[in-house]
Unconditional design. Structure first.
Ligand code: SF4
Length: 335
C-alpha cells in the first residue's frame, strides 16, 4: 500500500530505459500519486490509482508546473483567453507563464515519446493538466468550461494514439474499464513491437484479440482482418503502423452489453460439443442475466473461463477477451 509521497516506481526519462518493460507504463500528473507538488504545497493523492492500480503499472510522474521551474508553493494560476489561444496566467500578479509552459511541454513530450507510454492519467480541472472542461476566463473575468490545460493539450496533439483519461472520469466504472483495457492492449502491442515484428506475429496478435475487438467494433475488426489478409502488400513496419492505428481506434469504440452478449454467444458456440445440456442451459441463463443487467459481465466470463480450462480449448484460452487485465483490478464487476 502506498502513502502520500511514496509510490512504487518512478521513471527518470532516460531514453536508454525505453526498451523492455514488463508492466504497462503510464504517465501521471504527479500530485495524484501523493507527491506534494501542488501550488499550495499539497497533493491530490487518488486512492484507486495509488492502491489498486499502482501494483499493476509502472508510473512516469510528471508535474509540468514544478518541472517548468515554477517551484512549490507557487502562486495559483488559471487559463485566460479563448479556447484557441488560452494563456496560463497567475491569478493575483497576472504573470503570463504561457511561453514557459509551451517550451517545457514541447521538450518534455519529446522525452516522453521515447518511453513508449501505454497511457497517461491527468489531473482534472488543472490549467496545466486538465484534459477537458477546464475553467477558462474571458477578458471580463467570466469563466466557461471550455479550456484544456496547456501541457495536456500539447500532449494530446503530439501523441494522439496514447490513451488518456483524468482521475475524475476514472471514477466511472465503464470509463475506467475501457481505459484500463486500452492501456493493457497498448502494452501487449508495445511488447510485441519491441521484438523483431513479423507478419506472422501480427496475425497471431490479431487472432488472440478477435473477441475483444468484436466487443468494441465489428467494422474495425473486419478492417483489421482485411489488412492482415493483405499483409504481403506491406513491409512489416508499414503493416505494424497501420495495424496499431486501427487497433487502438477500435478500442475507443464503447463496448456495450449487446456486443458483449453477442461475443458470449459466439464463445458458447465453441463449447457446444463439450458441454452437457444442463451446462449449456446454465451458461445461457447467466448470459441472459447479464443481458438483463442482473449480474456483472464477470459472472458469465468466470463460468466460460472455467469450461475453457476444464475442456482445455487452446483457441479460446488464448483469447485476450477472457483475461484482458489483472484480476486484482476487479473490473467487469459492475452492472
Ligand atoms: S495538476 Fe499538474 S501541474 Fe498541478 S500539481 Fe498536479 S501535476 Fe502539477
Amino acid at each position: 500500500m502506498t502513502t502520500p509521497g511514496q509510490h512504487r516506481e518512478t521513471h527518470n526519462l532516460d531514453a536508454t530505459n525505453s526498451g523492455n518493460h514488463t508492466l504497462p507504463r503510464l504517465g501521471i500528473s504527479q500530485c495524484l500519486l501523493g507527491d506534494q507538488v501542488r501550488y499550495d504545497g499539497g497533493h491530490k493523492r487518488d486512492p484507486f490509482l495509488t492502491t489498486t492500480l499502482s501494483p499493476c503499472v509502472e508510473w512516469v510522474p510528471v508535474c509540468p508546473e514544478v518541472e517548468a521551474g515554477l517551484g512549490t508553493p507557487r502562486e495559483a494560476m488559471r487559463l485566460v483567453g479563448t479556447p484557441d489561444t488560452p494563456k496560463l496566467v497567475t491569478i493575483k500578479t497576472k504573470n503570463d507563464h504561457t511561453a514557459l509552459m509551451q517550451r517545457f511541454s514541447a521538450k518534455k513530450i519529446r522525452e516522453l515519446s521515447l518511453l513508449r507510454l501505454d497511457g497517461f492519467i491527468f489531473k482534472k480541472n488543472s490549467p496545466s493538466c486538465g484534459i477537458q472542461r477546464v475553467r477558462l476566463y474571458n477578458q471580463n473575468g467570466i469563466p466557461s468550461s471550455n479550456g484544456v490545460g496547456l501541457f495536456a493539450q500539447a500532449f494530446q496533439q503530439s501523441l494522439p494514439a496514447i490513451p488518456i483519461e483524468d482521475e475524475g472520469r476514472l471514477h466511472d466504472s465503464a470509463i475506467r474499464e475501457n481505459f484500463i483495457e486500452r492501456v493493457f492492449c497498448s502494452h501487449r502491442w508495445n511488447t510485441l513491437s519491441e521484438q523483431v515484428i513479423t507478419k506472422g506475429a501480427i496475425v497471431q496478435f490479431h487472432t488472440h484479440h478477435k473477441y475483444l475487438l468484436l466487443a468494441h467494433s465489428r467494422p474495425h475488426y473486419q478492417e483489421l482482418g482485411h489488412l492482415v489478409a493483405s499483409a504481403q502488400s506491406y513491409t512489416p513496419k508499414q503493416l505494424a503502423f497501420a495495424y496499431r492505428t486501427i487497433f487502438m481506434e477500435a478500442l475507443k469504440v464503447k463496448a456495450t452489453v449487446r456486443k458483449h452478449v453477442n461475443v458470449l454467444q459466439h464463445l458458447l458456440g465453441h463449447l457446444k460439443k463439450q458441454l452437457s445440456r444442463v451446462e449449456k442451459q446454465e451458461l445461457q441463463e447467466v448470459i441472459l442475466d447479464y443481458h438483463r443487467k442482473l449480474t456483472p459481465l464477470a459472472v458469465p466470463l468466470t463460468l466460460m473461463s472455467h469450461y475453457v480450462r476444464v475442456f482445455d480449448i487452446p483457441y479460446l484460452a488464448d483469447q485476450v477477451y477472457l483475461h484482458p487485465h489483472p484480476k486484482e483490478l476487479m473490473l467487469r464487476n459492475h452492472v
